[in-house]
Ligand binder design. Structure first.
Ligand code: NAD
Length: 458
């Protein structure tokens, strides 16, 4: 039998070896999901939503245990693990409040015995292949609205967050969702590949650009609904009228929260030359206050990286920047093992010849570049193949709007960063992906609009 070994990234210790899926078990589960989906879709919407409500109660009841499980398998500092679970609750509340309205049938024309209506019908069986960095957020952004709208879900959590994935499935089953309608698959990318070979109606993926590209190639000829939520190289520009201290504290958090492993982490900062030095000084001070250590400890802010190979990626980015003339103001080194430690790192004197300003870092590493004016900032912010989020810090809303309207990104921020709202669509442009989750559109996306032309006889 296949097994999946889960290791604690803070210590390298084996947490558990789980029985894993293989191509055969994936096929069996996919067929069961196909068979179960029509009956699940026939449940009254209110009953499906009652399952989501019971799931929410389960999360609340077990929150501390669920947070500990997440921290043990991902290394996410325990306070942030609890924050994620607490942050999930308003997302569930949003889906509960909006689902009925988002998928209500619409009459769009009615005259002389002719009626035209739009019905939002479920896609059918959907595959959800997911990342590890916010396992409850990225998993539930898909699973909950997909189930609520009557789909069956085959969920392949990341191999680095499988225990959390299994907990999501367990709580949904306990909340009343039929087992075959919500199925968790255990394994690495191979199990993801096996899942893509099944008869599914939609593929919803969250992860790296490289894997997203592979998935798009593998399902491209099948005309499935495909959504890809991928990486970013999210920029922020600090104007000369911003308060350097306030902006630095906000952006240090935006760059380093979750040990820099957020899809919408601030990854590049451009600062107007008039306040560059004051901003950098305040930024380094803010980062110096972040405590790195045992993720189970309440005062830890920087934990281990979840994936060991990312240590080499970060070390190579820092070495490349140094070699091209950047200066490391703090950090810059892999920490002592066991565990995957990388010191929070701030670089200045960076430019776009350096990988650190072009490739996703996905760790506690940031480059700060001096700019002359808004035009240069906009040019540099757009000098990327990604487009997930972008931000501006300024006192002037008109200026912020002017700048942000020129920046190619799915989400833009004025005087804030690293923020996701259930009420707003979450999407990327360019290599950051296609499709969206959250908002009313992130409910409708699990349905297809069916057109009804109805003419009464006589
Ligand atoms: P990853 O691409 O390595 O893995 C993601 C998932 O894909 C995992 O479940 C993995 O097992 C599976 N997988 C790997 N190879 C596969 C294949 N050939 N076929 C099918 N499935 C396969 O990414 P990751 O390290 O888990 O996540 C980090 C990345 O995710 C970062 O780039 C981050 O920016 C991005 N991310 C984006 C968002 C967003 O909303 N845009 C949210 C979270 C994370």
């Amino acid at each position: 039998m296949n097994t999946l070994k889960i290791r604690n990234p803070a210590s390298g210790e084996l947490v558990i070896a789980l029985p894993a899926d293989d191509a055969r078990s994936v096929a069996v589960k996919a067929m069961a999901a196909r068979a179960a989906q029509p009956a699940w879709a026939a449940w009254p919407l209110a009953d499906r939503l009652a399952c989501l409500r019971a799931f929410r109660a389960g999360v609340v009841a077990e929150l501390d245990t669920l947070a500990t499980i997440m921290t043990r398998e991902t290394g996410k500092p325990i306070r942030m693990a609890r924050n994620e679970l607490n942050g999930l609750l308003p997302r569930i509340d949003f889906f509960l409040a909006e689902c009925e309205r988002a998928i209500a049938p619409e009459t769009v024309y009615e005259e002389s015995g002719l009626r035209e209506q739009i019905e939002h019908v479920p896609l059918g069986v959907i595959a959800n292949i997911s990342a590890w960095n916010y396992p409850w957020f990225v998993g539930c952004n898909v699973i909950l609205p997909a189930l609520a709208t009557g789909n069956a879900v085959l969920y392949k959590p990341s191999e680095y967050a499988t225990l959390s994935g299994l907990e999501i499935a367990r709580l949904l089953h306990e909340a009343g969702v039929p087992r075959q309608a919500m199925c968790c698959l255990v394994g690495t990318g191979e199990v993801g590949t096996a899942l893509l070979a099944q008869d599914v109606d939609g593929v919803f993926f969250t992860g790296s650009h490289a894997t997203g590209q592979r998935i798009a190639e593998s399902v491209g000829k099948r005309f499935l609904k495909l959504q890809l939520e991928l990486g970013g190289k999210d920029p922020t520009y600090v104007c000369e009228d911003a308060d350097p201290q306030t902006a630095a504290e906000s952006l240090a958090d935006g760059a380093m929260y979750n040990t820099g492993q957020s899809c919408c982490s601030v990854e590049r900062i451009y600062v107007h030359e008039a306040i560059h030095d004051a901003f950098v000084e305040a930024f380094v001070r803010a980062v110096g206050a972040f405590r790195m250590g045992d993720p189970m400890s309440e005062d830890t802010y920087i934990g281990p990286l979840t994936r060991t190979p990312q240590l080499d990626v970060l070390a190579a980015q820092v070495a490349d920047a140094r070699q091209r003339g950047a200066k490391v103001l703090t950090g810059g080194r892999v920490g002592d093992g066991p565990g995957n430690w990388f010191e929070p790192t701030v670089l200045v004197g960076v430019d776009h010849t350096m990988e650190i300003m072009r490739e996703e870092s996905f760790g506690p590493v940031i480059g700060i570049q001096k700019v002359r004016d808004d035009a240069e900032a906009v040019r540099l912010m757009n000098d990327t193949r990604y487009g997930l989020t972008a931000g501006v810090y300024t006192r002037d809303e008109t200026r912020a709007r002017r700048i942000l309207s020129q920046v190619h990104a799915g989400s833009v921020y004025w005087n804030c960063c690293d923020r996701v709202s259930p009420r707003l669509p979450w999407s990327g442009v360019g290599d950051s992906g296609v499709g969206l989750t959250l908002s009313k559109y992130g409910i409708q996306t699990f349905t297809r609009p069916k057109a009804w032309h109805l003419r009464s006889a006589g």
